[in-house]
Design a protein around this ligand. Structure first.
Ligand code: PEP
Ligand code: MN
Length: 585
């Protein structure tokens, strides 16, 4: 039986996203019940309409959410676990809208407060408070108004068919909210089992107490805790209503109230306070949402296991420990802004022109490929050309046109970064940083993208072995960026019939040896338009997580890689073919 979980707001609100993430980590089914107020979250549990409730108790920018603690205390609810959630605010718009044309921004008042600095940069935009983050997103979607935007979590993008106009817009990047998940006193065993998963020493206990208005009263209470070697995780005070100069203290301490040293200290505390209420003990917060984009929730059963029945890794894996499949329990999933996940349970098609040549060319291509099912747009801005006199790309102008096309179609974009100096700006502007085949062993560049939070598509070098590809990936991972996808794009062999030899055997080998997602680029692999289509089918059949292909409104006019540019009709044919091939994600 699914657990019914009450939260304040509607689908797409931060609380609902935090709940979904929490339950999917536990592998427990839940049904979310959105209610209009914090109090109703508590009463839903008391009345039995919900098994558990979720209330915020702290926010890094706004401070203690007293209602959260007070309601849990007032209704004598039983906290089970805390959930730490990174509040990632994005500016969301309807497809086709542009940041420069936004005239109104809707959001929950707290969220507006957390994003003040960013909002002040939107000259002339009216700020409109709304009851809830989810409601702001839903109403924006219903309005279809391109001059209107909302602040909300990345999950609202897919939920309400919105696009992202700007990300990480909070005044401070480390913007966490701490929630408590709680149940009623007579909860059934499977509900109680949602807590009690961490050891008593690691659990926390929350208290509310009041002291007399006397010198040293608080110091005495703190002394009792210190003597028992109990660490405080939080201490906050507020005046007691109706009792001038009497204070109520909110305290979180480390350790379960059932531990003998904690129990004894609480007894002593009771003797030295005018009131003491132990709200309860609960598990400490699970890992929160990742820094850039929160993954679409997947149940444990759906998440691909990285360690299924594979033979041991070769001894050489010592030189790519972080890329090695054994370094993680689950395969790496790379979530993108529009809800697409690379390495998830859906096959992804990345498409767009080899080079961005003009606004019309890239917008037209973007609209055509997205309408036929592409989920990520590609477009070269800085082109690594063998011949120095060939078209070198439009540079930053192309990046701006590509990102405009991305916003217009609600798709994340990928573009190649050629030098260390470009990394900083590229990482701000595009969603995926591409490292081209010719740069696979540009170690400074690998380190530089490794220091960014953007996902990286690492293309296999023209004559690089898979070992070398994995070591190149290791450079990026070692710098702390976990979101690397490996791209097979054809290697040099003695064969001259095709531009390169597309090494599809790389796919099962890489998937066996690494947890990283694998992409195939048949366009550069064969270099000949009519051979790309069968190889797209083969790539999906052999287990690639995604393909990347080049499409142009008029291939004959393409300024780079004209022979391999697909027409819109070619692209449509490929998408139809792919529907017939099962995906073995
Ligand atoms: C590209 O994808 O635009 C490209 C230049 O590919 P590669 O680095 O594989 O040659
Ligand atoms: Mn190309």
């Amino acid at each position: 039986m699914a657990i019914i979980a009450a939260f304040q707001g509607i689908d797409g609100a931060h609380s609902s996203v935090a709940l979904a993430d929490h339950f999917s980590r536990l592998g427990v089914m839940h049904e979310a019940l959105g209610v209009p107020t914090f109090r109703q979250v508590a009463t839903s549990v008391i009345s039995g309409k919900a098994d558990v409730g979720l209330l915020p108790v702290d926010n890094a920018i706004a401070g203690t959410v007293r209602d959260g603690y007070d309601l849990i205390a007032q209704y004598d609810l039983v906290p089970l676990t805390e959930i730490e959630w990174r509040m990632e605010h994005r500016l969301l718009g309807v497809p086709g809208s542009l940041l420069s044309e936004i005239r109104e921004v809707h959001a929950h008042p707290l969220v507006l407060a957390e994003c003040g600095r960013f909002l002040s940069t939107l000259a002339g935009a009216r700020i409109v408070p709304s009851v809830d983050t989810g409601v702001a997103a839903r109403e924006l979607s219903e309005s279809k108004d391109r001059s209107r935007a909302a602040l909300g979590p990345p999950q609202a993008i897919a939920r309400y068919q919105l696009i992202e106009l700007a990300q990480n817009v909070a005044d401070h990047p480390e913007n966490y909210t701490r929630f408590l998940l709680f149940a009623g006193r007579d909860a059934r065993p499977e509900v109680r089992a949602l807590g009690g998963r961490t050891s008593p020493e690691r659990r926390k206990t929350s208290l509310l107490f009041a002291t007399r208005h006397e010198q040293g009263a608080l110091a005495k209470c703190l002394g009792i805790l210190a003597e028992a070697s109990i660490n405080l995780a939080k201490l906050e005070s507020r005046p007691k209503l109706g009792k001038a100069w009497e204070y109520l203290f909110y305290v979180d301490l480390e350790g379960d109230a059932g531990l003998p040293h904690v129990a004894t200290a609480l007894e002593r505390l009771r003797e030295n306070t005018t009131s003491l209420q132990v709200i309860g003990s609960y598990d400490v917060g699970a890992a929160s949402a990742p820094a850039v984009t929160a993954p679409a929730p997947l149940t444990e059963a759906e998440a691909p296991k990285a360690t299924l029945d594979f033979p041991p890794l070769p001894a050489s894996s010592k030189s790519w420990p972080k890329a090695a499949r054994t370094s993680r329990e689950h395969a790496t999933r790379i979530p993108l802004a529009n809800g697409t996940v690379i390495g998830g349970n859906e096959f992804v098609v990345i498409a767009g022109p080899c080079s961005v040549e003009s606004r019309d060319q890239v917008l037209e291509t973007a609209q055509a490929v997205v309408a036929r099912g592409a989920r990520v747009l590609r477009g070269g801005a800085f082109k690594p050309r063998t011949n120095p006199y060939s078209f070198q790309g439009l540079g930053w102008e192309a990046v701006a046109l590509l990102t405009e096309a991305g916003r217009a179609t609600g798709c994340p974009v990928v573009s190649e970064v050629m030098s260390v100096e470009q990394v900083e700006r590229m990482a701000r502007e595009v969603d995926i940083l591409q490292i081209g085949a010719r740069n696979m062993q540009n170690f400074d560049l690998l380190r530089a993208v490794g220091q960014k939070e953007r996902p990286v598509m690492l293309k296999r070098g023209l004559s690089a072995s898979l070992e070398e590809l994995l070591q190149a990936a290791e450079y990026i991972l070692a710098e702390g960026n976990p979101h690397v996808m490996l791209c097979e794009r054809g290697i040099r062999t003695f064969e001259t019939a095709t531009r390169n030899t597309l090494d599809l055997s790389a796919v099962p080998v890489l998937r066996e040896r690494s947890h990283l997602p694998v992409i195939v680029d048949p366009s550069h692999g064969v270099g000949v338009r009519r051979w790309i289509r069968p190889l797209c089918r083969a790539a999906k059949a052999v287990g690639a997580h995604a393909i990347m292909i080049e499409v142009h409104p008029n291939p004959a006019q393409a300024k780079s890689d004209a022979d391999q540019a697909l027409t819109f009709d070619d692209f449509a044919g490929i998408m139809l073919d792919l529907e017939q091939i099962p995906f073995s994600g």
